[in-house]
Design a protein around this ligand. Structure first.
Ligand SMILES: Cc1cc2nc3c(=O)[nH]c(=O)nc-3n(C[C@H](O)[C@H](O)[C@H](O)COP(=O)(O)OP(=O)(O)OC[C@H]3O[C@@H](n4cnc5c(N)ncnc54)[C@H](O)[C@@H]3O)c2cc1C
Ligand code: FES
Ligand code: FES
Length: 1407
C-alpha cells in the first residue's frame, strides 16, 4: 500500500498578477480575447448586475482597475483562487511555477508533469480572469509548468479536481474515460482540461475546434482515435465537416449515430453520455471580481531565494525599471525566458513582469492597418486578425491572412494563450513563425525607453543575430504595426515543421510582392526565410532578380538561382538537414510563384493557365478526421448478462484517471524528512574519471549528501542477462549521460542546484565508437553473435534468375512514456526493511536489484506499483538501476528519498529502441518467387549490453515475418558503442527486422516492376508450415487477414485511382501499401512464462485480487477483473485490484512480450477456480442463495476464502546449436493497409486511410484490444515516419524533450482509421481463446512507411528514376523530400560541393 495516500487540500498561501492573458482592445473586446459573458444565472448575478451588451473597452480602464486591486491587496501579497478556494502567498518565490505549487503545496496531483517545457500538455489547467470593464470572464487553457505563480494575481485556476469527481459527479469533459480514451491515464487530466476549457468557451465546438484545442496535448498510448471519437460527441451535427459528401462526419459508415452498427455494439454507447450542465461549473470567485473592480496601479515586488520579481503598475514605472535594470528580462508568457531559466540554467537576479501595464495590450485599428500591443498573446492577435479580415476590404487582407495562418500553427492552444507577440519578436528565434512574415509584410514596432520612443522597421537590420534584435537593453517593445496590404500586393506565409502541428518550423517564410497597377510587372518584393541561419534571412538576391520584371517563368528561374546564393548553410549548421532546408527554400518560393500566378490569373493579368498537374501543389493536404470503424465480435446470446468476458468494458481506472484521482508514484504525499535525489551524469562519451569534486554542492543550503559508487554497500553492478552494468561509474565513463553520482537534498530545486555544482574532471579517451560502421570496423560487439539458417542459400542465390543486394537503416526510438521514471524509497527503520514505491514493469527485478545493491535479503525489500504511466519496455532494466541508486541514498541517509527524472534526464539516461542496420542479398525468379535471402543485422546496443543481445536474438527469430523463403540465412550482432545504452522497447527488435524483409520485398517488386503486394502474396506462408527454426504453425488466419484486409481496404480499386492521381499531379503523390505480420507471443526463456496470483474473498463478499502483472495502461487489471468475474460468477463491481506488490505475489515475471494477460489471467483463473470449487458444497446446499450468503456461510464453516493461483506456462525453448525450437506459444497475425498523400516539395504527408484486420483469437475485451492495436500502430507510425534521435558529433543526445523529439500527435491519426478483429478465430493456447496483442501491431505502422515509399517511387518515376532506391527509417520529411528527386532537391545536390563546404563536420551523427 502507498503510505498516507489521502489527499489533503489545504488552501494556504498565494498571490500575484496574471494578466498576460488579458487582451484589451479599442476595437472590440470580442476580437481582442476569448472573453465570454458569464453564462449561467449565478455568474450573471455575481457580475454585479452588468448587462450582456458587448462593451468595447480601453486598456487604460482595465489598468486603473488593476491599480485599485493592488492597493487593496498589497499587504496580502499574492491572491488567487484554485478550484474555488482562496490562496494567499505573502512571499512567493518567483522561480516557482504553478505545476509544482499545485502538486506539492496544494496536493492537487491530478495535474501531471510530462515535460516541464510546454510541449506535452499533461499539466494543462484553466485560468479564468475577470475584466471589470466588460464584466466578462475569460477562460484559457495554460501549461502550469511554464506559468510562474507570481503571474497569477487576481486569477482563478481550475484543475481537473475542480470539475468533477467519482465521489460527486463527473464532468462531461471526463467522458474521455467512457470512450476508451484513457489507457495509462497520465495524459488524461491534461486532455480533459483542454477540452473543458474549450467547452467553457464554446459548448458546441466543431471537430476542427476540438482537434485544435487538443493539439497541444500528447498521448503515447491511445493513438488518439478514441479521444477524438469521445469528444466528437460534443460537436453539433449540423456543423459536421461533410467530408463524406452528404453524410454527417459524426455518423459511422452506415450512417448510424446510435450504439449499434451492422448489428453489432459500438465500442461505447453515445446515448448514455452526460450532457453539458453549466451549473456544474465553478463560478468565478466574486471576491476576485470585487478586487478587479477596485485595483490600484501600485508595483508589486516578490523576493525569492535567488530572484526578485517586480511587477510595475504603470508604463513610466516599467521604463524606469528598465533603465535601472537593463539586463532584466520582461516576463510575459514565460515561454522563452522560462525555458532558458529551466533548461539552460540561465540566471536572472531581477525579472520584470509588466502584465498590468495596459499600454502593452492596446489594439487600435486604422485604415492603414492594425496596431497591436506587444503584450497581446497569440490568441488575442489571432482574434484581432480574424476581426480585421472581416472588417477590411478583401484585397487589403493578404497580410492579415498570412500572419493568421502562421499563428494558427504556432505551438498548441496553451502556448498561444500565453506567448506574446512582443516576446516572440524580442526572442528573435531563427525559426520564429512570425518574424519572416512581419519582416516581409513591412511591419514596424515602437520601441520605448525613458529616453523616448522610436519607430523601428522589422526588417533584416532589426534582427542582429541569434536572439539579438535592435531593441536596446533599456527599451521595451510597446506595439507592433501590421499594415493592411495595398492594392495589387500579395503576401503569403509558409512553414514546414517536423510535425504538422505543435512543432517549431524547420524552415518558414514570409513573401510579399507588389505589382504595378493592372500589370504583372513587379514594383516591389520582399522575401524572408526563417530556419536557415542564426536569424531570419532576407533573400535579397532573389528580390533583385525579380524587381521590375514581369512575373513569369524566366524571371522566377533566375530567382531560384539567386536563392541558392542567398541561403547558404554550412554542413555543420545547427539543426542539420542542410540539403533539405536549402531545398525547402526553393520549394516554398515555387509555391509562392504558383500562388501569385493564381492571383494574377484571377485578376486577369496573367492569362495562361497554371498547368493542371501543378494546381494541387498549392492545395493543403487533407486534414478532416472521419469517424473510424471498429469491428468486433459480439458475445454469444447465451452468455450471461453479468459475464463481462468478450465485452468492451471500460478500463477499470479510466474514471479515476479522468478525474485526476488516479495515484501515480510521484503523486504519493511527501513523507516527513523526505529527500529528493538528482542524478549527475557524464558529459563525456569515453573518458577516465580523474576526480569527482562535490564540495561546492555540499555547501549549498538544503543539500544533505552525495552518493558515489563507493557508498554502495553491496553489489556495485547490476547483472542484466549475464552482463554487468555499473550502477554509478567509478573510474571510467563510456557514454554521455552515464550516471556518475547523485545529490540528495531537502527539495528538488536544491538537489538539482547541487547536482549542477558537482565538478567531474575527466581525461578523454580518444577511441569513441558511435556508428555501426565504426563498431563493425573495430569488432566492438557484445557476444554472442547469432546465426540461423535453412536450405542452401549460396546455391539458391546462384540459381536465382535475379539477385539484388540492398540495405536499410532503422533509427532508434525513445519510449516517451508520459510518466517519467519515478521512485520513492522509504527505509522502515528496523531490520533493514525498505519499502519501495515505483513505476516499473518488473517489480521483482527491482526488488532483487535493491537487495543485492544493499547487501540484504530480498525479504527486506518490498516493491509496490499502483499503476504505471506508460512503459513500453522502458521500465525494466534501467528502472532497477535508478531504483538501486535511490535505495543507496535512502540507506545512507536513513531518510525517505524520492527521485523523479525530468523528461530530458529520462531521455538522456534511459536509452530506447536499438537502431538497426539491415543488409540483405536476395535471389528471386521473374515470377516473383523469392528463393533465397541472406540477412545481416547490426544492432546499436550503446555502452552496455542491457538486453540488446536478446534483441539481436529475437531479430533472427522473426526475420522471415510472414514469408516462406526456402533458403534463408540471418546473422545478427549487438554492437558496443559509446552512446547511451539501449533497452527493450515494444516489439523487442521485431519491428526493426520486419522492416528489413518488407523493404527487401519492396525492392524485389521494384526490380520486377510489379506491385509489392503481389510479391508479398506470392511468397507468403499459406499452408501448415515450419518456420526457419522448425516450429510448426498454421498460417490460415494470416491468409484470412490478408484476404479480408485487401477486400475491406478495396486495394485494387484504390490503386487504380492512385495511379490516375499520380499521373495528374506533379508534386503531390499518393501511395498505398499493405503489410502482414506474424508475431510470436511469449518468452523464449521458458521460466519467464509463469505467473502467480493471490485472491482473497472477504466476509462481505468483496474480492481482492493480486497478481504479478503491472497495469501500465494496457488494461491488464481490467481483463483480470473480467476473468475473476467470470470464474467466480460475480459482477466486476465486487472485485478490486489495488496494486502489484512483491509482498503479495513473489518472484513475478516482467509484464512484457504481450504475455501479461495470458500468464496472469491464467493464474487468477486458477485461484478463482480453486475458491469456487471450495464453495461448491455450500452452493449446492443453497442453490438460491446469494454470493454474500455463500461467503458468510463458508466463513462460518471454516472454509478458507483465500488462495494462490499459479500458471506454469508452456515449456518454450530455442536450441541455437540445433537451430530449432519452439520459442513462442503461438502467433498473432495481422494485416494493415495504409494510403498516404505526399507533398513531394516538403516531404510532408498525411495518412488518408488505414484498414487493419487483426487476429487476436476471441477478444476478452474488444475496447482494450482495439486500444492496444490502434495505440501500437500509431507508435509504429512514429517509429517509421517521424521519431528521430539526434546525437552531436561528441555523442551527446540533442533530442531531449518534446520540443526536439516529435512523437505522433492528433494531426497524425489516419483520417479514416478502421480496425477489424478477425471473426471466427480461436486460440486454445491462451485464456478464453484470446491472443496477446500489446506489441504485434506496432510493426503495422510500417504500412505508412511503405505507402510513403510508393508515393516517392511515383515522384521518382516522373524524374526518370525507376527501380529500387534507399529510403531509411524514419521516413522523415527530410528523407522523403530528398528521395523524391524533384527539380529543387536536384538543384541543391548539384550545387552542394560549392556551398556546404564538404569538409566541415556535420551537426549530427549518422548512427
Ligand atoms: C512549446 C512551445 C512551442 C512553441 N512553438 C512555436 C511555434 O510553433 N512558432 C513560433 O514562432 N514560436 C513558438 N514558440 C515560441 C513562442 O512563440 C515564444 O516563446 C513566445 O512568443 C515568446 O513570448 P513570451 O511572451 O512567452 O515571452 P517571454 O518568455 O515572457 O519573454 C521572452 C523574451 O522576450 C522579451 N520580451 C518580452 N516582451 C517584451 C517586450 N514587450 N519588449 C521587450 N522585450 C520583451 C523578454 O525580455 C525575454 O527576453 C513555442 C514555445 C514553446 C514553449
Ligand atoms: S509538463 Fe507542462 S507541457 Fe509538458
Ligand atoms: S493514456 Fe495517454 S499517455 Fe497514456
Amino acid at each position: 500500500m502507498f503510505p498516507g495516500n489521502g489527499v489533503q487540500r489545504n488552501a494556504t498561501g498565494f498571490r500575484s498578477v496574471f494578466s498576460c492573458l488579458v487582451g484589451v482592445s479599442e476595437m472590440s473586446a470580442q476580437s481582442a480575447a476569448r472573453c465570454i459573458k458569464p453564462r449561467d444565472s449565478k455568474e450573471t448575478a455575481l457580475s454585479m448586475g452588468s448587462s450582456w451588451n458587448v462593451v468595447f473597452h480601453s486598456g487604460r480602464q482595465v489598468c486603473i482597475n488593476f491599480m485599485k486591486m493592488a492597493e487593496q491587496t498589497l499587504e496580502d501579497g499574492l491572491i488567487f483562487y484554485v478550484n474555488g478556494k482562496k490562496i494567499m502567498e505573502k512571499n512567493p518565490d518567483p522561480e516557482t511555477m504553478l505545476l509544482p505549487y499545485l502538486r506539492k503545496k496544494l496536493r492537487l496531483t491530478g495535474t501531471k508533469y510530462g515535460c516541464g517545457g510546454g510541449g506535452c500538455g499533461a499539466c494543462t489547467v484553466m485560468v479564468s480572469r475577470y475584466d471589470p470593464q466588460n464584466k466578462n470572464i475569460s477562460h484559457f487553457s495554460v501549461n502550469a509548468c511554464l506559468l510562474p505563480i507570481c503571474q497569477l494575481h487576481g486569477g482563478a485556476v481550475t484543475t481537473v479536481e475542480g470539475i468533477g469527481s467519482t465521489k460527486t459527479k463527473l464532468h462531461p469533459a471526463q467522458r474521455i474515460a467512457k470512450a476508451h480514451g484513457s489507457q495509462c491515464g497520465f495524459c488524461t487530466p491534461g486532455m480533459v482540461m483542454s477540452m473543458y476549457t474549450l467547452l467553457r468557451n464554446n459548448p458546441k465546438p466543431t471537430l476542427e475546434e476540438v482537434t485544435e484545442g487538443l493539439a497541444g496535448n500528447l498521448c503515447r498510448c491511445t493513438g488518439y482515435r478514441p479521444i477524438v471519437d469521445g469528444y466528437r460527441t460534443f460537436c453539433e451535427r449540423e456543423k459536421c465537416c461533410q467530408i463524406n459528401g452528404t453524410a454527417c462526419c459524426m455518423a459511422n459508415e452506415n450512417g448510424s449515430v446510435g450504439p449499434v452498427v451492422n448489428g453489432q455494439l459500438e465500442l461505447f454507447n453515445k446515448d448514455g453520455l452526460l450532457p453539458l450542465d453549466p451549473t456544474q461549473d465553478l463560478i468565478f470567485p466574486p471576491e476576485l471580481m470585487r478586487l478587479a473592480e477596485s485595483q490600484e496601479r501600485i508595483s508589486q515586488k516578490f523576493i525569492g531565494e535567488r530572484m526578485t520579481w517586480i511587477s510595475p503598475g504603470s508604463l513610466d514605472e516599467l521604463l524606469q525599471l528598465k533603465a535601472d535594470h537593463p539586463q532584466a528580462p520582461i516576463v510575459m508568457g514565460n515561454t522563452n525566458i522560462g525555458l532558458d531559466i529551466k533548461f539552460k540554467g540561465i540566471f536572472h537576479p531581477v525579472l520584470l513582469s509588466p502584465t498590468r501595464v495596459h499600454e502593452l495590450f492596446k489594439v487600435t485599428q486604422k485604415p492603414e492597418g492594425v496596431c497591436v500591443g506587444a503584450g497581446c498573446s497569440m490568441s488575442v492577435v489571432k482574434s484581432v486578425l480574424e476581426k480585421s479580415i472581416g472588417s477590411f476590404p478583401p484585397e487589403n487582407t493578404h497580410m492579415f491572412r498570412a500572419l493568421l495562418q502562421q499563428i494558427n500553427l504556432l505551438g498548441g492552444q496553451q502556448i498561444r494563450n500565453v506567448a506574446t507577440l512582443g516576446g516572440n519578436i524580442a526572442s528573435a528565434y531563427p525559426n520564429s513563425d512570425l518574424t519572416p512574415v512581419l519582416a516581409a509584410g513591412r511591419c514596424t514596432l515602437v520601441a520605448l525607453s525613458k529616453e523616448g520612443r522610436r519607430r523601428v522597421p522589422i526588417d533584416k537590420d532589426f534582427f542582429l543575430g541569434f536572439a539579438k534584435t535592435a531593441v536596446k537593453p533599456n527599451e521595451i517593445i510597446l506595439s507592433v504595426f501590421i499594415p493592411a496590404s495595398r492594392k495589387d500586393e500579395v503576401v503569403h506565409a509558409f512553414r514546414h515543421a517536423p510535425r504538422k502541428e505543435n512543432a517549431l518550423a524547420t524552415v518558414n517564410a514570409g513573401m510579399r510582392v507588389w505589382f504595378n497597377e493592372n500589370s504583372s510587372v513587379v514594383k516591389d518584393i520582399s522575401i524572408y526565410y526563417g530556419g536557415v541561419g542564426t536569424t531570419i534571412v532576407s533573400a535579397e538576391g532573389v528580390c533583385k532578380q525579380i524587381i521590375g520584371r514581369p512575373w513569369e517563368d524566366a524571371t522566377l528561374s533566375d530567382g531560384y538561382g539567386a536563392l541558392m546564393d542567398d541561403v547558404t548553410l554550412m554542413a555543420s549548421a545547427p539543426g542539420g538537414k542542410v540539403d533539405f532546408r536549402r531545398s525547402l527554400t526553393l520549394s516554398l518560393l515555387f509555391k509562392f510563384n504558383l500562388l501569385v500566378l493564381q492571383y494574377l490569373q484571377e485578376k486577369n493579368v496573367f492569362l495562361k493557365e497554371i498547368p493542371k498537374g501543378l494546381q494541387s501543389t498549392i492545395q493543403p493536404l487533407p486534414k478532416h478526421i472521419q469517424p473510424g470503424y471498429q469491428e468486433f465480435q459480439n458475445v454469444l446470446e447465451t452468455q450471461l448478462a453479468q459475464d463481462p468476458v468478450g465485452r468492451p468494458m471500460v478500463h477499470r481506472s479510466a474514471l479515476s484517471q479522468a478525474t485526476g484521482e488516479a495515484v501515480y508514484c510521484d503523486d504519493l504525499p511527501h513523507i516527513d524528512g523526505e529527500l529528493f535525489l538528482a542524478i549527475v551524469t557524464s558529459s563525456r562519451a569515453h573518458a577516465k574519471i580523474i576526480r569527482i569534486d562535490f564540495s561546492e554542492a555540499l555547501k549549498l543550503p538544503g543539500v544533505v549528501d552525495v552518493v558515489i559508487a563507493d557508498d554502495i554497500p553491496g553489489k556495485k553492478c547490476r547483472n542484466i542477462v549475464g552482463f554487468n552494468e555499473e550502477l554509478l561509474a567509478k573510474s571510467e565513463v563510456t557514454c554521455v549521460g552515464q550516471m556518475v553520482c547523485a545529490v540528495v537534498a531537502d527539495s528538488e530545486a536544491h538537489a538539482k542546484r547541487g547536482a549542477a555544482l558537482v565538478k567531474i574532471t575527466y581525461e578523454d579517451l580518444q577511441d569513441c565508437i558511435f556508428t555501426l560502421e565504426e563498431a563493425i570496423e573495430k569488432q566492438s560487439f557484445f557476444l554472442p553473435k547469432w546465426k540461423i539458417g535453412r536450405g542452401d542459400v549460396e546455391k539458391a542465390l546462384e540459381d536465382a534468375e535475379q539477385v539484388y543486394e540492398g540495405e536499410i537503416r532503422i533509427g532508434g526510438q525513445e519510449h516517451f512514456y508520459l510518466e517519467t521514471q519515478s521512485f520513492l524509497v522509504v527505509p522502515v527503520g528496523e531490520e533493514q526493511e525498505m519499502k519501495v514505491y515505483l513505476s516499473t514493469q518488473h517489480p521483482t527485478f527491482t526488488q532483487v536489484a535493491i537487495a543485492e545493491t544493499l547487501g540484504i535479503p530480498s525479504n527486506r525489500v518490498s516493491c509496490h506499483v499502483k499503476r504505471v504511466g506508460g512503459a513500453f519496455g522502458g521500465k525494466v532494466t534501467k528502472t532497477s538501476i535508478l531504483a538501486s541508486i535511490t535505495a543507496v541514498a535512502a540507506w545512507k541517509t536513513g531518510r525517505p528519498v524520492r527521485c523523479v527524472l525530468e523528461r530530458g534526464e529520462d531521455m538522456l539516461i534511459t536509452g530506447g529502441r536499438n537502431p538497426v542496420w539491415g543488409k540483405y542479398k536476395v535471389g528471386f525468379m521473374k515470377n516473383g518467387r523469392i528463393t533465397a535471402a541472406d540477412f545481416q543485422y547490426y544492432v546499436n546496443a550503446g555502452n552496455t549490453a542491457d538486453e540488446s543481445v536478446l534483441v539481436a536474438e529475437k531479430i533472427l527469430l522473426h526475420l522471415d515475418n510472414a514469408y516462406n523463403i526456402p533458403n534463408l540465412r540471418g546473422q545478427s550482432a549487438a554492437c558496443r558503442t559509446n552512446l547511451p545504452s539501449n533497452t527493450a522497447f515494444r516489439g523487442f527488435g521485431v519491428p526493426q527486422c520486419m522492416l528489413v524483409i518488407e523493404n527487401m520485398i519492396t525492392d524485389v517488386a521494384h526490380k520486377l516492376g510489379r506491385r509489392p503486394e503481389e510479391i508479398r502474396e506470392i511468397n507468403m506462408y499459406k499452408e501448415l508450415s515450419l518456420t526457419h527454426y522448425k516450429m510448426k504453425f498454421d498460417p490460415e488466419n494470416l491468409v484470412r487477414c490478408w484476404e479480408e484486409c485487401k477486400e475491406k481496404a478495396d486495394i485494387h480499386r484504390r490503386r487504380q485511382a492512385i495511379d490516375i492521381f499520380n499521373k495528374e499531379n506533379q508534386y503531390k503523390k499518393k501511395g498505398i501499401a499493405i503489410v502482414p505480420i506474424k508475431y510470436g507471443i511469449g518468452f523464449s526463456m521458458s521460466f519467464l512464462n509463469q505467473a502467480a496470483a493471490l485472491v482473497h474473498i472477504y466476509n462481505d463478499g468483496s474480492v481482492l485480487v493480486s497478481h504479478g502483472g503491472i497495469e501500465m495502461g494496457q488494461g491488464l487489471h481490467t481483463k483480470v477483473q473480467q476473468v475473476a468475474s467470470r470464474e467466480l460468477n460475480i459482477p466486476t463491481s465486487l472485485i478490486h485490484i489495488s496494486e502489484t506488490s512483491t509482498e503479495c505475489v513473489p518472484n513475478t515475471c516482467p509484464s512484457a512480450a504481450s504475455f501479461g494477460t495470458d500468464a496472469n489471467g491464467m493464474a487468477v483463473q486458477d485461484a478463482c477456480q480453486i475458491l469456487y470449487k471450495r464453495l461448491e458444497p455450500i452452493r449446492k446446499k443453497n442453490p438460491n442463495g446469494t454470493w454474500q450468503n455463500w461467503i458468510m456461510t463458508a466463513f462460518l464453516e471454516k472454509i478458507s476464502l483465500s488462495t494462490t493461483g499459479y500458471y506454469r506456462g508452456q515449456d518454450l525453448y530455442m536450441d541455437w546449436e540445433k537451430q530449432e525450437g519452439k520459442p513462442y506459444a503461438y502467433f498473432t497475425y495481422g494485416v494493415c493497409c495504409s494510403e498516404v498523400e505526399l507533398d513531394c516539395l516538403t516531404g510532408e504527408y498525411r495518412t488518408l486511410r488505414t484498414d487493419m484486420v487483426v487476429d487476436i483469437g476471441r477478444s476478452i475485451n474488444p475496447s482494450i484490444d482495439i486500444g492496444q492495436i490502434e495505440g501500437s500502430f500509431i507508435q509504429g507510425l512514429g517509429l517509421f515516419t517521424m521519431e528521430e534521435l539526434k546525437f552531436s558529433p561528441s555523442g551527446m543526445l540533442y533530442t531531449r524533450g518534446p520540443g526536439q523529439y516529435k512523437i505522433p500527435s492528433f494531426c497524425d491519426v489516419p483520417l479514416k482509421f478502421n480496425v477489424y478483429l478477425l471473426a471466427g478465430s480461436s486460440n486454445p493456447l491462451a485464456i478464453y481463446s484470446s491472443k496477446g496483442i500489446g506489441e504485434p501491431c506496432l510493426f503495422l505502422g510500417s504500412s505508412v512507411f511503405f505507402a510513403i515509399k510508393e508515393a516517392v517511387a511515383a515522384a521518382r518515376k516522373d524524374a526518370g528514376l525507376t527501380g529500387p532506391f534507399t529510403l531509411n527509417s524514419p521516413a522523415t520529411p527530410e528523407r522523403t523530400c530528398l528521395a523524391c528527386a524533384t527539380r529543387f532537391t536536384n538543384m541543391v545536390l548539384q550545387s552542394k560541393a560549392g556551398s556546404t563546404s564538404g569538409s566541415a563536420q556535420p551537426w549530427a551523427l549518422d548512427i
